[in-house]
Design a protein around this ligand. Structure first.
Ligand code: FAD
Length: 295
């Protein structure tokens, strides 16, 4: 059962920030509510006095657009809108891999990318793809607007740098490089309505002959208290051809960077076992995508 709370309906981002500042830890923003409402029900001891819905600022924060080759996604954009976007399908396949696997169609119809980021769970499916894409976040707060790198956003399990009243407004992805693509692999026990037991995203930038890897990024899901950039693993791939052997080495390094835990869903040992496999597969698939996109 829900404990009673007051439902506040700001009509502008400024008003929402003001309400967030005024009510502080007694209040919580709600976008799609797929995390907020589950938590309200499952953790009644954490009952809030105020829910500040972002529904009435939806028009301002719901978009997918290219500006000067930067991809800009409004924080209230749903996973389903991202999944259906031709631009995301074509140019940002690694993100499409993630948004098209969140929950179910019903969940994706209401759950937002901003909510997925702000819940700040290591199991958030969009986090690893956004990390390998070099995403930045635009945040509006009582002192104005700032932009931070996604990798500096997470502080710990379900913790982030948002201050009282701060609202994530936009996700910014830097211009796409030539001969570049990524892949996100999510491992779950079943095909839908499943948080990842573990996941890995690999993003590669190749030279024009596709012989040498010029840049690489690897990020891991449910492998540490936060979504984890595996920088040493990525470094292992740079300056070399992409091959199963090199990706196997990178996968082994990635698992050394990880610190998975045993949870209700699976054990740390299992997560360690499968992470290198996911890194290798994601790397091979990313490379295949670069080849296909070139043809
Ligand atoms: C059945 C089910 C299946 C699920 N499956 C998956 C899955 O496969 N993969 C996965 O990653 N997740 C999954 N989830 C979790 C959830 O759906 C996602 O995390 C979702 O993206 C959250 O978005 P939301 O809009 O519903 O967020 P909300 O629940 O509205 O908010 C989540 C948190 O973010 C804060 N917040 C939201 N928007 C903003 C903003 N713009 N600025 C500041 N703070 C904000 C809220 O205050 C709250 O703390 C599942 C949930 C359910 C119920």
């Amino acid at each position: 059962m829900f404990k009673p709370f007051e439902y506040l309906r700001p009509k502008s981002i400024t008003e929402a920030v003001e309400l967030g500042v005024t009510y502080g830890s007694e209040a919580q923003y709600m976008a799609g509510g797929t995390d907020v409402l589950v938590n309200l029900k499952n953790k009644p001891q954490k009952a809030l006095k105020f829910i500040i819905t972002l529904r009435y600022v939806n028009d301002q924060l719901n978009y997918i657009k290219l500006e000067d080759r930067y991809l800009k996604i409004g924080a209230l954009t749903t996973h389903r809108d991202l999944e259906k976007s031709a631009l995301i399908q074509r140019e940002y396949q690694v993100l499409h891999d993630a948004v098209s696997q969140v929950g179910s169609v019903q969940i994706r119809n209401v759950a937002t990318i901003g909510g997925n980021i702000c819940s700040s769970l290591p199991s958030a499916d969009t986090a690893s793809p956004l990390l390998v894409l070099g995403a930045q976040l635009k945040i509006m707060g009582q002192d104005g607007e700032k932009v931070v790198a996604l990798e500096d956003f997470y502080l710990g399990h379900a913790q982030n740098i948002l201050n009282k009243g701060d609202i994530l407004t936009e996700i910014i992805i830097p211009p796409k490089k030539s001969y570049a693509a990524g892949k996100y692999y999510k491992l779950g026990r079943r095909g839908a309505m499943e948080l990842p037991l573990v996941g890995a995203a690999v993003y590669l930038v190749m030279d024009k002959n596709l012989d040498l890897c010029l840049d690489a990024r690897v990020a891991l899901t449910t492998a540490a208290p936060v979504p984890l950039p595996a920088k040493k693993a990525a470094q292992e791939l740079v300056g070399k051809p992409i091959s199963p052997d090199n990706l196997t080495k990178a996968g082994k390094i990635a698992v050394q960077e990880a610190s998975p835990r045993t949870s209700l869903r699976t054990t740390a040992a299992y997560r360690r076992e499968v992470l290198p496999v996911l890194v290798r597969r994601a790397g091979l698939e990313a490379y295949e995508r670069i080849k296909q996109n070139r043809n």
